[in-house]
Design a protein around this ligand. Structure first.
Ligand SMILES: *Cc1c(COP(=O)(O)O)cnc(C)c1O
Length: 459
C-alpha cells in the first residue's frame, strides 16, 4: 500500500465517530443509522484501496443519499420530452389512469384471483384478460406472463423441446438487452434451424426443412430494425397453411402487441394481434407495455390446444403475473373494447396528436418561457421500444441553446432538476418534443426549464 492510500485510510472517520456526531439529526433509529453508515464507510474504504485517495470527500454526500433513500415516500418521476413514445429506459408505456387505479386497488385488497365467487371453487387466474383478448383479437385462448421474452421461452419450451424449429435467417435476431432468438431457442431445448438468407426467404426454403423431428416454424417480427431493398418473405397465412399441411405449428413473436391500425397516424403499418390470429398462427406472443400501452407483461394467444400445453408446463408457474398485472391488463384492454383508447391510453393520445396541435403547444411553452435561449422548432418523434423501426411522425417542440454551456451540459441540468426533464440532444441543440409530454405535465416542464434557463443569465 502506498503512503497516500495509507494516509487516506487513516483520515477516514470511524463509523462510531460519525454515528455519535450525527445520530440525533437524522430520522432513523440508531441501529439502522449505524448499519447505513457502516455500508457507506466500507464502500469509501474500498474506493480508497481501489486507487481513489479522495473518495472520502464524497462520504458525507453518500450518507445523505442513503438516508434520503430510506426516508422518502416519493417515486422519482420524470418528464419524457425525448419524442420517443415507448422509451425503454424511461419505463416504456405509462398506463392509463383507470389502469393505475385498478392496479392500486388490486394491490391494496384481496381479490378473487383463483376462486369462483358463487361456488368458492378454484377458478383460473386471468379469466377476464382471456375473455377481453378473445373479444379484441378472435383468439380461442390466451394467458399473460411476466414479459414477452418469458412468453416466447415458455411457448418454445412447452411445444418444441427436443425438436427442430425453423426460423428465417433474417429473423434470428437480437431484439435488445441481450434477448437473442438463437439463445432463447437453446435455453428452451429446441433446435434452431435457419433457412433462407438475411434479406430473402421463400416458402420453399421452409418447406424443404420440415421433417418428422420438426415441431414448428417460428416467425419473429423485426421490430427494432428494417431490412429494405431486395427483400422477400412469405405471408403469415402462407406459412400457417404450410405448417398445418405438414402437421406442425406456426409460432409468431409479433413484438409490440398492437391492437390499432397505425397507418391512421401517418405511420407504417404495424402488425396487429388480430391479423396474426386471422392468418391462422397457432401461438402468438407479444409485450404488454409496448403498443398495448399497459403494464409489463407477456401475452400468449392462440389455439386452445396449444395454450393448454403451455399452461401445464412448469415454467408457466415460474413466470406468472400477479393480481396487479392481471387487473391492469384487463383495465387497459377495456379501453380498446370501448373504443376509447385515444383518449384514455397515454401512448395513443400521444400518437393521435396532430402536428398543428403540437406546434400550438410549443408556442405556448415558448411564450411562457419568454427566453432568448428558446425557440419553436419542427421535429420528428418516434414510436420506439422495438416497434415501427425507422418510422417517425412530424412533431413540434422547443429548442434550447446557449453560447456559454454545451447542449450536453444543458441536458444534464434538465435531467438533474427537482422534477427531471429528459430532452433529446441534436446538432448541439437541446430539443424538447411536445408529443411525449403528458397533458398535465406542462406546468412541471415549464418550471424545470424556466429554472434552468434563468441559471444561464449572465453565464
Ligand atoms: C420487445 C420484444 C421482445 C421482448 O419483449 P419484452 O416484453 O421486453 O420481454 C421480444 N420479441 C420482440 C419481437 C420484441 O419486439
Amino acid at each position: 500500500m502506498d503512503a497516500q492510500t495509507h494516509a487516506a485510510l487513516r483520515a477516514l472517520p470511524s463509523v462510531d465517530a460519525i454515528v455519535r456526531e450525527e445520530c440525533g439529526r437524522v430520522a432513523l433509529d440508531e441501529y439502522m443509522f449505524t448499519e447505513l453508515v457502516r455500508i457507506e464507510v466500507a464502500a469509501t474504504r474500498a474506493a480508497i484501496l481501489d486507487g481513489n485517495p479522495d473518495a472520502a470527500v464524497a462520504l458525507g454526500q453518500r450518507i445523505e443519499a442513503a438516508i434520503a433513500l430510506v426516508v422518502t415516500n416519493d417515486v422519482t418521476t420524470v418528464i419524457n420530452a425525448t419524442g420517443v413514445i415507448v422509451h425503454t429506459n424511461l419505463g416504456r408505456s405509462p398506463v392509463s389512469k383507470a389502469t393505475a387505479d385498478a392496479m392500486s386497488r388490486a394491490a391494496q385488497n384481496y381479490v378473487p384471483l383463483e376462486v369462483q365467487l358463487a361456488s368458492a371453487e378454484r377458478g383460473g387466474r386471468g379469466a377476464d384478460v382471456g375473455a377481453l383478448l378473445g373479444l379484441l383479437t378472435g383468439a380461442e385462448a390466451s394467458m399473460a406472463v411476466n414479459n414477452n421474452a418469458a412468453a416466447i421461452l415458455l411457448a418454445l419450451s412447452a411445444l418444441c423441446q427436443g425438436k427442430r424449429v425453423i426460423v428465417s435467417r433474417g429473423e434470428a435476431v437480437e431484439i435488445g438487452g441481450g434477448f437473442r432468438i438463437p439463445d432463447v431457442m437453446r435455453q428452451s431445448g429446441a433446435q434452431l434451424v435457419e433457412v433462407g438468407t438475411t434479406n430473402r426467404t421463400n416458402l420453399a426454403d421452409y418447406a424443404a426443412e420440415i421433417d418428422d423431428d420438426t415441431a414448428a416454424i417460428l416467425s419473429v417480427h423485426a421490430s427494432n430494425f428494417a431490412i429494405s431493398g431486395f427483400t422477400s418473405k412469405p405471408q403469415l397465412a402462407e406459412l400457417a397453411d404450410l405448417a398445418h399441411e405438414r402437421g406442425i405449428l406456426l409460432i409468431e413473436d409479433v413484438g409490440s402487441g398492437c391492437l390499432v391500425e397505425t397507418e391512421r397516424y401517418g405511420l407504417v403499418h404495424e402488425p396487429t394481434l388480430r391479423e396474426s390470429i386471422e392468418a391462422g398462427v397457432d401461438v402468438v406472443t407479444a409485450s404488454g407495455d409496448k403498443l398495448l400501452g399497459g403494464p409489463q407483461a407477456g401475452l400468449i394467444l392462440g389455439k386452445q390446444q396449444a395454450l393448454d400445453l403451455i399452461r401445464r408446463h412448469p415454467f408457466a408457474r415460474a413466470i406468472r403475473t400477479d393480481k396487479t398485472v392481471q387487473e391492469g391488463l384487463a383495465a387497459t384492454l377495456r379501453h380498446y373494447a370501448r373504443g376509447e383508447h385515444e383518449q384514455a391510453v397515454p401512448i395513443w393520445w400521444m400518437m393521435s396528436q396532430r402536428e398543428s396541435e403540437l406546434r400550438e403547444r410549443a408556442e405556448r411553452w415558448q411564450a411562457a418561457l419568454a427566453s432568448p435561449h428558446c425557440r419553436v422548432v419542427s421535429t420528428r418523434s418516434v414510436t420506439g421500444g422495438g416497434s415501427l423501426p425507422g418510422k417517425s411522425q412530424p412533431s413540434a417542440g422547443i429548442a434550447l441553446q446557449s453560447d456559454h454551456i454545451s447542449a450536453a451540459e444543458l441536458a444534464r441540468r434538465l435531467r438533474t432538476a427537482d422534477l427531471p426533464v429528459f430532452p433529446r440532444v441534436e446538432d448541439e441543440r437541446v430539443i424538447l418534443d411536445c408529443r411525449t409530454v403528458l397533458p398535465d405535465q406542462d406546468e412541471g416542464l415549464l418550471n424545470t426549464v424556466g429554472g434552468v434557463l434563468s441559471g444561464l443569465v449572465g453565464s
